[in-house]
Design a protein around this ligand. Structure first.
Ligand code: HBI
Ligand code: FE
Length: 287
């Protein structure tokens, strides 16, 4: 594994990688968050929790309530206590984006890497890197959900094999279109549970209510073949019948042969519908 240090700083990642341990963890240093940062967190939380009440999955909302962090950036050790009683996940502080192999090793051990720093005032609406708000507000609520808890651990194990098979792009899209940008039908309503959506004010409204963006029924192979963008709202979303579907379908996949078959095939571009596909917006969203 190549260790990001100065190289990453030069490429724009702002965390302090030089002082991280070999597994990229750092102390959270909760006492060093300023009153101003906690006030910013409170504002981000307030705005996003209100939208989430309307547009996010119940399973996300019940995890968010368990997390109990409306007032200030939470101590990760406090979240660990709540998680320990349910799915046994733990949070580890990291400087920011970390290399794939380190990321997978943490997930495989049911440790979720959480960026320790908070975005600046000028970045309330958009940020290219994950910060503590994206990681905690977006991801941690779903760690209380047994289906997501198990899926993420399985993803960590699968990740190392996908790297060896030269097929990480295929597997990473499964994470992207579910854990980051997944939608789910809940009692006939379209809801968001992906962290990239629920932690973004603009995309949470867009992903759930836009009248033209393609929304396709979740199909793991279709997802693995679909490219994505990281610099704007997604050009398409995939919708689960229930978050339980995720683990069920992953267990049925024979990833080795699938990697062999699709590894060298160019991906489908995200806004494209394949022959025979119909987006849910076109057939009328359940209201
Ligand atoms: N590191 N901190 C952090 N957060 C991520 O979501 C993350 C990462 N490293 C690698 C990675 N994601 C992805 O590229 C893999 O899921 C493929
Ligand atoms: Fe994320």
């Amino acid at each position: 594994m190549e260790r990001p240090g100065s190289a990453h700083s030069e490429s724009g990642l702002r965390g302090d990688y030089a002082r991280a341990a070999a597994d990229y963890t750092v102390p959270q240093r909760w006492n060093e968050y300023t009153a101003e940062q906690n006030a910013r967190w409170r504002r981000l939380y307030g705005r996003q929790a209100e939208l989430a009440g309307q547009f996010a999955s119940q399973r996300f909302l019940s995890g968010l309530a368990r997390l109990d962090c409306a007032e200030a950036i939470p101590r990760f050790a406090d979240a660990d206590r709540a998680l320990g009683d349910t799915t046994g996940w733990q949070l580890v502080a990291v400087p920011g984006f970390i290399p794939d192999d380190a990321f997978f090793a943490h997930l495989a051990a049911r440790r979720f890497p959480v960026t320790r720093w908070l975005r600046e005032e000028s970045e309330l609406d958009y940020l290219a890197e994950p910060d503590v708000f994206h990681d905690v507000f977006g991801h941690v609520p779903m760690l209380f959900d047994p289906a997501i808890a198990d899926f993420l651990e399985a993803y960590g194990h699968a990740g190392e094999r996908a790297v060896q098979a030269g097929a990480l792009d295929l597997l990473a899209r499964l994470y992207w279109y579910t854990i980051e940008f997944g939608l789910v039908f809940e009692e006939g309503h379209l809801k968001a549970f992906g962290a990239g959506i629920v932690s973004s004010a603009g995309e949470l409204v867009f992903a759930v209510t836009d009248k033209t963006v393609p929304r396709l029924p979740f199909n793991p192979l279709r997802v693995m073949r679909t490219d994505y963008r990281i610099d704007a709202f997604q050009d398409c979303y995939f919708v689960l019948e229930s978050v339980d579907q995720l683990m069920r379908e992953l267990l049925q996949l024979d990833l080795g042969p699938l990697y062999e078959r699709w590894r060298s095939v160019p991906p489908v571009s995200p806004g494209t519908l394949l022959p025979g596909e119909t987006s849910w917006h076109a057939v009328g969203q359940p209201s």
